[in-house]
Design a protein around this ligand. Sequence first.
Ligand code: MSP
Length: 513
Amino acid sequence: MPNRKHPMKSYITTPIYYVNGSPHIGHAYTSIVADILKRNRQALGVEMMLSTGVDEHGQKNQEAAADLGMEINAYLDMRCAEFREVFDRLGVQYDYFVRTSREGHKQAVAGMEQSIFDEGLIVKKAYTGTYCKGCEEFKKESDLTEDGQCPLHPTMKVEQTDETNYFLKMEPFREKLLQHIEDNPDFVTPTAFRNELKQMLSEPLEDLCISRPKSRVTLGVDLPFDTEFVTYVWFDALANYLTNVNWPSDGYEAWWAEVEHLIGKDILKPHGVYWPIMLMAAGLPLPKKLSVHSHWTGEGGVKMSKSIGNVVDPNEVIEMMGVDGLRWYLARHMRADSDSQISVELIRQAYNGELGNKIGNLLSRVAKFSNKNFEGKVPVAGTLTAEDETLRKTVLEAVSGLADWINLPEIPARVQAIVSAADAMNEYIDHQAPWSLFKNEETRERCGTVLYVTLDCQRMLFEALRQIIPASADKALTMLNAPKAATPWKPELDKLPGGTPLGEITALFPRVQ
Ligand code: MSP
């Protein structure tokens, strides 16, 4: 696979998550795939910045604190620590953990608002409308279900509001944004979501309400031109992508030029419509890319919900199958173009079947056998046969998919290629049967060659898997006593010399019943 031309810097962002509840599998997902892309690009030698974190303002969070009877700052600190702990546990190597309650962020948001206000693009007016707290958005009648509720938050009940607020003019920017999407085919991926965004922009846009009166919401950034109001939570939250890299101070530009937002399909409108128009209004360049993913649903395709009892708790999965059991399922089993199912049982099947039977067992079998019969060392190879060369080529090609720049929708296929390579290795070993070859003095050298070929292929496989399941891959490479791979990483054959002493061999993915 030819290496794609790629930039030397990349700034990946995840959404910042509402703290009105504990982190769930959806939050874990976007932050884990962001981490996978970071590790992939870092392996290519790209300088990386990854931000993730929490969205602390708005009505929903304010009410969640009140429901627990907690003082607001204590509540935010508690939830923020909870999110951070889960991401740390999941091995998400973020460079910046966002808290929108940070003073510098709030000042920058106010600065952005003031500059847009000074341009005359913000107007004050009365508005009557339907509001969904779950989305923290005003809804049009056509957005609602037949019984008048938000399809995304049917149990939350929309509210009728009749308020005076500040609004950002959107319509003057619509054509320009559509043109930008036309001119930049990679602005939104995959194509289905690019089309969805174009659809959203096909009709005149209403002004965007960017404030909340303090009589209703106090948790937010004060409007710089009217302190009776706080900033609408989405306006404040979206600005994190700039404030994380220190905007408006010097030095943010180089990161900003390479920014890619990873988002779930539920928040395409704020990221594809509100955010670009906010940036245009503030005279700032648009993000380079919006990478959109579909959702995880419970088994049978039903939405995960506490009342159905099909919510997958990341911590529970980690207890059962380790962090890598979870990372594996999320990386390998999301479909590029539609919602995908998840349950503890589906994760368990993938863990036992793919990680255990196909990848982990092969390493144990081959490394233990070499340990026992070849003085605890990687055997020395003799002459290679056509079958050996075929396997080496297959594995080299499969792992090369991770030595190439990966975009979000491509992750599952690149991981699947690794599973296919593991299948080929298992077939090879079953066919070559080194355990039989060893029994006979004349075929013992051939036995050593087969083991060598397999162990060296496994080394390449685990080097690649450092991007997906880093802890297990490092453990495997330590068992193989493999030399540290160079950065930029390029998979190469024969980097595990015959005679290398093997480390202690333990089960990588112990079976879970
Ligand atoms: N706070 C806003 C985002 C502001 S970004 C400037 C928000 N927060 S959220 O807590 O609701 O998180 C939404 C994001 O969580 C989704 O876009 C997606 O990345 C992730 N997921 C939430 N549920 C999900 C699934 N069921 N499946 C996959 N990811 C989903 O919206």
